[in-house]
Design a protein around this ligand. Structure first.
Ligand code: FES
Length: 157
C-alpha cells in the first residue's frame, strides 16, 4: 500500500513538471507576440517628396510629410517637415527641422537668412550651423536621393 502512495506522488510530480514545461513552451511565442511590438526600436524609411524640379535653386523650402507608423499595437499618423536647400539642380541639402537643443521645430527666416527656433531663440545659419542661443550642434543633414524625377529623403520613424 505504501508503495502505491509513493508512485502516486511521483506520477503527480512528473505530470506537474510536464505541464509546467508545456505551458512555458506555449507561453514564449505568446509573450513575444505581445511584448515585442513595445520593445521594437525606431527605424527609418524613404519618403517621397515629389518632383525635384519643384524645388527652386537658391532657396530654402519647407517640405512637409505625413504617413502612418505602427507604434506598438497602434497605427498613428506621423507628421512633420524638413528643409530643402537647393543650390543647383543636383546639389540639394536636406536639413532636419529638429532643433539640436531640445527638439523644437526650427523655422527658416528668408529675410534674415537664418533658421530660428521659437522655443529658446536658438539660431542657425543657412548651412545649419548654430550661431546664437543654446544650440551647440548643427542641424542634422538627412540622407536623400533622386529616383526617377522624385526626391526621396530618409526619415527616422
Ligand atoms: S529647443 Fe531650440 S533653442 Fe531650445
Amino acid at each position: 500500500m505504501k508503495k502505491d502512495i509513493h508512485l502516486g506522488r511521483r506520477a503527480f510530480i512528473k505530470t506537474a513538471a510536464i505541464c509546467s514545461f508545456a505551458v512555458t513552451l506555449a507561453g514564449i511565442p505568446l509573450a513575444s507576440y505581445f511584448i515585442s511590438p513595445a520593445l521594437k526600436k525606431g527605424t527609418g524609411k524613404w519618403v517621397d517628396f515629389g518632383s525635384v524640379q519643384d524645388l527652386n535653386p537658391g532657396r530654402i523650402e519647407m517640405l512637409s510629410y505625413e504617413f502612418m507608423v505602427k507604434d506598438g499595437w497602434q497605427v498613428l499618423p506621423q507628421r512633420g517637415f524638413v528643409w530643402a536647400k537647393t543650390e543647383a539642380a543636383n546639389k540639394i541639402h536636406i536639413f532636419s527641422s529638429t532643433c539640436t537643443h531640445l527638439a523644437c521645430n526650427v523655422i527658416w527666416r528668408e529675410e534674415e537668412k537664418i533658421f530660428e527656433c521659437p522655443c529658446h531663440s536658438g539660431r542657425f545659419d543657412a548651412d545649419g550651423q548654430p550661431i546664437a542661443g543654446p544650440p551647440t550642434k548643427p542641424l542634422s543633414i538627412l540622407d536623400h536621393k533622386i529616383e526617377g524625377k522624385n526626391l526621396l529623403v530618409y526619415l527616422t520613424i
